[in-house]
Design a protein around this ligand. Structure first.
Ligand SMILES: *[C@@H]1O[C@H](CO)[C@@H](O)[C@H](O)[C@H]1NC(C)=O
Length: 444
C-alpha cells in the first residue's frame, strides 16, 4: 500500500513536472541556438577544389550538420526529390552542372565528405526552389533569404555595404574563408575551365562560397542579392555555382560578363550582383559601381545579363527585386520586404544622403520595425534575420565586418582588400594584365 502511494506520489510529481515544462513553453522564447553571438569564424585554406571543400567541411562540420538539421525548406526539397519528376529535375541539374563546372561539384563533394553530410542534401539546398517550383504539387515552398546592398560613390568616400539576410536558423551559421585554390588534374575538363583562384568570401554553412559577398585577388569586390523568380528553369545551372565561378574572375569586365552568361548552361534562377573594381584604372580612372541582374533564358543555354553603372556622385540600392530586367517574380515576403526596405531607405536618405561611413551605418543599420521591416533585421521574433554586415571600404581598402547590428556594436573584423594577410603568391598569372577597360564591346 505504502509502495503504491509512493508510486502515485512519484507519478503525480512527474505529471507536475510535465505541466511545468508545458507552462514554460507557453511563453515563447527563441531557442538557445538562435541567440545571436558576436563572432566571425574564419578559415585560411589552400589546395585543390576537393581539398578546400573537404577542409572547410571538416573545420565547420558541427555548424554544417546543425544547419542541415534545422534548415526548414529542406523537407520540402526532399519530398519533391522523392517523386519521379523531382528525381529527374535533380539528375538533369547535376548532369549539366557536371558538364560546365566539374571542379565545383568536386568542391561540394569535399564539403559534404568533410562535414559528414550527404552530397545529395547539399546539392538539394543548392538547387533551392528550382525543384519545388517545377512540381506543381509541392509549389510554393519559399526559403526566403534576402539581402541589402548599398553602393556609395561619393567624393571622398566610396563603399559597397551589404547585409546578409537569411532564415533565422542561419544566424551564427556562416563563416569567412580565405582560399587559394590550385585545381588538381582530375578537376579539369569542364566547359568552364578550372582556374587557380585566390579569394576571401562570406559563406553560408555548407554552401559553395561566392553567393554572399567576396573580394578576389584580381581586385574585384562583389555582393549577391537573391531574386525571387517565379519561373525557375529546369536543365540549367543552380545560381550558386555561377556565383562560385565569379570568384575565379580575372579582373576584367568581359571575363565577368562571360562567367555570368554561363554559355552552355545558363542560370536556373535569378540573382543580382553588386560589383566594383578596386583599381579605378579599369574604369577609366574613375570609380564605377555596377548593378548586374542575371536571369534565366528560356530559349538558349545561357543567362540574360543586364548591367547598370553608377558613376561618381551616384549612390545605389539593390534589394531582392529586379530593377532592370523583365522576368516574372514571386509576390511573396522577399519581394514585399524589398518594397518596404526601399521605402525606409528613401525616408532615411531623402534629407540626409549617404556621404560617409557613419551615414552608411545609420542607414543600413536601421532597426525600426514600425513599417514592417527595417533594413537590418535582428528581432528574435522575425523569421528572417540579418546575419552579418560587411562594408567594403574603397578608401581604407578594407572589408569591415559586423556580426550584430552596427549601431550598437563595433565591427569584429577588418580584412585588407589587397591580400596582405596571405603569404603565398599565385603560381600562375591570375589577372588580366594589362587591365582591360570595363565596357564590354556590346555595352552601349
Ligand atoms: C557520419 O554520419 C553517420 C550518420 O549519417 C554516422 O553513422 C557516422 O558515425 C558519422 N561519422 C563520423 C566520423 O562522425
Amino acid at each position: 500500500m505504502l509502495f503504491n502511494l509512493r508510486l502515485i506520489g512519484l507519478a503525480l510529481l512527474h505529471y507536475m513536472l510535465l505541466l511545468e515544462i508545458a507552462a514554460d513553453k507557453l511563453e515563447w522564447e527563441p531557442p538557445r541556438k538562435y541567440t545571436r553571438q558576436d563572432r566571425i569564424p574564419m578559415l585560411y585554406v589552400r589546395g585543390s577544389h576537393f581539398d578546400v571543400g573537404r577542409n572547410t567541411g571538416t573545420v565547420f562540420a558541427s555548424m554544417i550538420q546543425e544547419f542541415v538539421a534545422t534548415y526548414t525548406p529542406l523537407q520540402g526539397y526532399l519530398d519533391a526529390y522523392n517523386t519521379p519528376e523531382g528525381k529527374r529535375i535533380y539528375d538533369d541539374a547535376l548532369t549539366i552542372t557536371l558538364k560546365v563546372y566539374p571542379q565545383y561539384v568536386r568542391e561540394l563533394e569535399g564539403i559534404a565528405m568533410g562535414a559528414n553530410v550527404s552530397f545529395n542534401t547539399l546539392f538539394l539546398i543548392h538547387l533551392d526552389d528550382t525543384l519545388t517550383q517545377n512540381i506543381p504539387k509541392y509549389y510554393p515552398d519559399k526559403g526566403p533569404v534576402g539581402c541589402t546592398s548599398i553602393l556609395v560613390n561619393q567624393r571622398p568616400f566610396q563603399c559597397l555595404a551589404h547585409t546578409e539576410d537569411a532564415l533565422i536558423e542561419t544566424v551564427d551559421h556562416f563563416y569567412v574563408i580565405s582560399a587559394h585554390v590550385i585545381p588538381a588534374e582530375d578537376e579539369k575538363g569542364g566547359l568552364f575551365e578550372a582556374r587557380e583562384e585566390i579569394y576571401e568570401a562570406v559563406v553560408y554553412a555548407g554552401q559553395l562560397p561566392g553567393y554572399a559577398s567576396a573580394h578576389t585577388y584580381c581586385e574585384v569586390v562583389y555582393s549577391i542579392n537573391t531574386i525571387f523568380n517565379s519561373k525557375n528553369l529546369v536543365n540549367r545551372i543552380p545560381r550558386v555555382f555561377i556565383t562560385r565561378a565569379l570568384l575565379s574572375n580575372r579582373g576584367d569586365f568581359d571575363d565577368i560578363k562571360r562567367i555570368l552568361e554561363c554559355e552552355g548552361g545558363g542560370t536556373a534562377d535569378g540573382f543580382n550582383v553588386n560589383l566594383a573594381f578596386i583599381n579605378p584604372s579599369v574604369t577609366g580612372g574613375v570609380r564605377v559601381f555596377f548593378h548586374i541582374e542575371v536571369t534565366p533564358n528560356p530559349y538558349e543555354q545561357k543567362s540574360n545579363v543586364s548591367i547598370h553603372p553608377f558613376f561618381p556622385g551616384e549612390n545605389g540600392l539593390h534589394i531582392n527585386k529586379l530593377l532592370y530586367s523583365d522576368y516574372p517574380e514571386l509576390q511573396e515576403s522577399g519581394v514585399k520586404s524589398s518594397i518596404i526596405k526601399t521605402r525606409r531607405y528613401h525616408k532615411l536618405t531623402k534629407h540626409n544622403p549617404i556621404k560617409n561611413l557613419a551615414d552608411v551605418i545609420r542607414v543600413i543599420g536601421d532597426r525600426d520595425y514600425s513599417e514592417g521591416s527595417p533594413i537590418f533585421r535582428d528581432s528574435p521574433k522575425d523569421f528572417v534575420n540579418s546575419i552579418m554586415l560587411g562594408i567594403f571600404d574603397f578608401i581604407t581598402l578594407s572589408w569591415i565586418i559586423w556580426s550584430n547590428d552596427p549601431q550598437t556594436n563595433n565591427p569584429i573584423l577588418q580584412l585588407p582588400l589587397n591580400f596582405t594577410d596571405l603569404i603565398n603568391p599565385p603560381l600562375t598569372q591570375l589577372c588580366t594584365n594589362p587591365l582591360k577597360p570595363w565596357w564590354p564591346s556590346d555595352f552601349f
